[in-house]
Design a binder for this molecule. Sequence first.
Ligand code: BGC
Length: 362
Amino acid sequence: MLKPENYQLAPQTHHIEPEKKQLAPDGQPFQLSTLKNRQGMTTTLMDWGATWLSAVLPLADGEKRELLLGCQTPGDYLHQSAYLGATVGRYANRIARAQLQIDGQLHLLLANQGVHQLHGGPDGFHARRWQISRQSPQQITYQIHSADNDQGFPGDFTATVTYTLTDDNRMEIDYLATVDKPCPVNLTNHAYFNLDGEGHDARKQTLQLFADRFLPVDSDGIPCAELTSVDNTGMDFRQPKTLAQDFLKDRDQQRVKGYDHAYLLHRTCGATDNPAAHLWSADSKVKMSVYTSAPALQLYSGNFLAGTPNRSGGEYASYSGVALESEFLPDSPNHPEWPQPTCWLKPGKQYRSTTIYHFFAL
Ligand code: BGC
């Protein structure tokens, strides 16, 4: 049975005095940066959580369309548990029972979803100030330092995320990280897309996802079976179809109120030359193609978005946006047998991951 109290995080409860509304929990202002390209596309980012706030695409008919879910003010981001646009780490998605095995020894992380760890722990990178280390009109780099044992993770850790808006409307996101003790690393961005704009049911979008297998999960979102073929299931997006078409058709979806599953992508050795997915708006005016070097893509249909503050001062309904998160498979540190590169970063090595969201006005 679905246990939403376990599955979903309680909304964060930082209390903010009205006069301090636009200060982050560290007492400093949020710093927003806008990237703009020659085609007039703009994207806005924030140092708190290295968060991608907005992507506005000029359409052929002159409309400027916001393609990302987001909040009205930076302070509102503290009052949601949907990870809207945030950079998630050290380990995106779930680590079962918040447990790792290191040299045969049990190593405990901080749990924040019942007994499990979700998206890097209670004080993960989405809830931290990142430093701007480089900035130009079409590119920004944020850096974070995370001390040994932060959220239970081993090793002194440093990561950068670079957002680049190219002149052909690609948002390129590049992650680099190093650590001085072996540590699992899985950095991603948690943007939710609605290519029709705010206020539309995101399930009307059409998706194509180049994966033959997905990972079944239990009602806590923890992998509960082997990688499974999408053949003859509603999980199959190899041919384009709307998210609505087979919505809740499978028991796998019913357990988690919709799509919230990792798909193992066709090529698993890390390349960005073939698309991982395409998404089309219901009105056929916008297309987005996703490329990633990561082995898997988490498809999340916004099953628990209800109550999340939106851009117009109201609240999102569930299924208002869809997230396509580039990742290692969930709970990979505990599944070395899965057919993907290792998620363990070793001292002296560098973690590198790239994801590209390419937008088209049709
Ligand atoms: C997870 C969902 C979770 C959401 C927001 C997604 O990446 O897969 O289960 O509810 O993030 O926390």
